[in-house]
Ligand binder design. Sequence first.
Ligand SMILES: [Cu+2]
Length: 241
Amino acid sequence: MYHNISLRILTAVVAFCLCASQASAYTVVAVSNGGSIKGTIKAGSQQDETRPVTKDNAFCGDSVPAEKFIIGSDGALKNAVVMLKEIAEGKDFESQDELVVTNKGCHFVPHVMVAPKGGMMKVRNDDPLLHNSHFFLVAGDRKRNVINLALPKEGLEISKSKILRKAGLLSLECDAHDFMQAWVWVLEHPYAVVTDSDGGFELSDVPAGSYKLTVWHEELGEKTVDVTVEAGKATATDLSF
Ligand SMILES: [Cu+2]
């Protein structure tokens, strides 16, 4: 009797896990005559913060911009991530340039990026001092350690596939300089893009259908709207925080 109940529980747990993993799986399909979603992301008149430099002031200076709010004309918001988070099927990743984040002038460059799950990322140091690139996976209010890379010399590069092993939001911090911060959205699909300095974005080759379009910003949080994509057409979607 006891064994029977245990077996039932085990079966239920296995079934749940299989179900849960299937729900998040992304399937690559040929997309012919897909549509696109394009628009502009805006924010109000937000002021960027200045962070005090607490180490290596001779090279880094006394303060650095936090780069949280890079606002262009008309409130255009740079560095927001626009994505179809839960899309189930669509195009494959295109072959792309190397994924590199560089420690440069006591900043991470780029400040925000998107990356394919399972890809290879390179971390580089262009400064003549020690940077210590530490990646965390963000889950709600918690952060889980992913990898910690010491880069003691100028010109040093380290490539690691472990960085992008799981999908989700990565916080990139420097253990040597608490004022350094970058963000990486890791996704199983290529339907994600970082807004440019005009706040613009475009997601192309989207199969016709209805989707949830999510916009994320490091300080303003997330907003999600419903969008419908028609074959061969561009759907205009502007969003303001
Ligand atoms: Cu650093």
